[in-house]
Design a protein around this ligand. Structure first.
Ligand SMILES: Cc1ncc(COP(=O)(O)O)c(C=O)c1O
Length: 393
């Protein structure tokens, strides 16, 4: 056996650089150091009790067989009700496909929509797996550099400007990872119009839906019945490890998506689906809303603290749990900066290089996934680190 036997497409699948940092952080912890983890994209909150109890009951009642390939009808109904009540969006249960996480939803949608000679427009910086999903289809991820002037988001103008003959689709995320920025309703409407005019497909990743601060949130599903909308139980619902998400699919594609879901996944995880049924109870939603309010406090706290320390944050994040900060005042190598910060001060953050190429050396991502006390400790450590760092060659 040798490495020549690995398919050539794997050359284009890069690892997460932050995994390297995580491994080093684990080593430091094994040596007895306390590392503050602001690198990982999952909050410290546990899954709410009602969801855990429902999972235990499902196991005890023997609900451990496959479900249908597109998921439990009663879970689809709950999700449809959630769209109606919380987001004023009319989504029919038949258009909802339950998937193994948003990851499964993205893979499913892109596989159904993109041919090998086609491309998908996406923002750089953006969620790194997207370009890999596209490359697995031997298609092309067409990354468009975005900056603070568009809140690090694609706009209808950028989409129009970069659209090519082989463009099949546009993939946007609001709120975004790594920037936490949103696309407002007016701009989303224009994006929907432009993609329609180009006869393309719009995919909107709403995995951070529910984690939107100080403003009214909306779903693209309320504005268009032709968009593919991706969501997940991972983030707002605090269920990262349960591997459950969903995809809202336009009428014309339901049968095809169902056919591929059967082949790719057989079914989404059964126990997780039964557990997720109780995620929509009012008492559970109250717990989740309180977690969102706590994240908002952390957002404000860390934004103030980092700004005072001299990090460049020209666009305030309005959602998710990330702050994308410019470190060019301190370094021209954000990866080295993250490494040094970890080793010298035991604070772990993610380098920009994990999210694309555009100005990747200039940015880092902070995830405010730890409590206020830990965030204060992290700020103190970063402050000490910067005092010395400025004097380093
Ligand atoms: C923007 C975005 N989309 C999709 C995912 C995948 O999430 P999951 O598969 O856990 O639902 C993530 C995970 O961090 C993400 O940030």
């Amino acid at each position: 056996m040798n490495k020549d036997q690995i398919a050539s497409r794997m050359q284009h699948i890069s690892p997460f650089y932050v995994m390297d940092l995580l491994a080093q952080a684990k080593q430091l912890e094994a040596q007895g150091h306390e590392v503050i983890h602001l690198e990982v994209g999952e909050p410290d909150f546990p899954t709410p009790d009602a969801i855990k109890t429902a999972a235990i009951q499902a196991i005890e009642q023997g609900k451990t067989k496959y479900t249908g390939a597109t998921g439990l009808p009663e879970l689809k109904d709950k999700i449809a009700g959630y769209y109606q009540q919380r987001l004023k969006a009319c989504v029919d249960s038949k258009n909802i496909i339950i998937t193994p996480g948003a990851s499964g939803a993205l893979q499913l949608a892109l596989s159904v929509l993109v041919n090998s000679n086609q491309s998908v427009l996406m923002a750089d910086p953006g969620y790194p797996c997207n370009r890999h999903f596209v490359r697995l289809l031997d298609a092309c991820a067409h990354s468009i550099p975005v900056e603070a002037n568009t809140r690090y988001q694609l706009t209808h103008r950028l989409i129009e400007q970069h659209w090519q003959e082989n463009t099949a689709a546009v993939l946007i995320a609001s709120p975004s990872n790594p920037t936490g920025t949103l696309i407002d309703q007016g701009e989303m409407t224009k994006i929907i119009e432009v993609v329609k005019k180009k006869k393309g497909i719009l995919l909107v990743d709403e995995i951070y839906q529910g984690l939107v601060y100080d403003q009214q949130e909306f779903s693209a599903a309320a504005l268009s019945s032709e968009a593919f909308v991706i969501n997940s139980f991972s983030k707002f619902f605090s269920m990262t490890g349960w591997r459950l998400g969903w995809l809202v699919v336009p009428d014309a594609f339901i049968d095809t998506v169902d056919r591929l879901a059967q082949n790719l996944f057989l079914a989404p995880p059964t126990i997780s689906q039964y557990a997720a049924l109780s995620a929509f109870e009012e008492s559970t939603l109250n717990v989740l809303d309180a977690q969102r309010d706590e994240l908002n406090k952390r957002r404000k706290f860390l934004l103030n603290g980092l700004t005072e320390l001299g990090f460049g944050i020209s666009v305030k994040p309005g959602g998710a749990f990330y702050i994308y900060a410019d470190v060019s005042k301190f370094t021209d190598d954000s990866f080295k900066f993250c490494n040094d910060l970890l080793h010298q001060s035991h604070v772990a953050i993610t380098p920009g290089i994990d999210f694309g190429d555009h100005q990747a050396n200039r940015y880092v991502r902070f995830a405010y996934t730890q409590n206020l006390e830990k965030l204060q400790l992290a700020l103190d450590r970063i402050s000490d680190f910067l005092t010395l760092y400025k004097h380093q060659p």
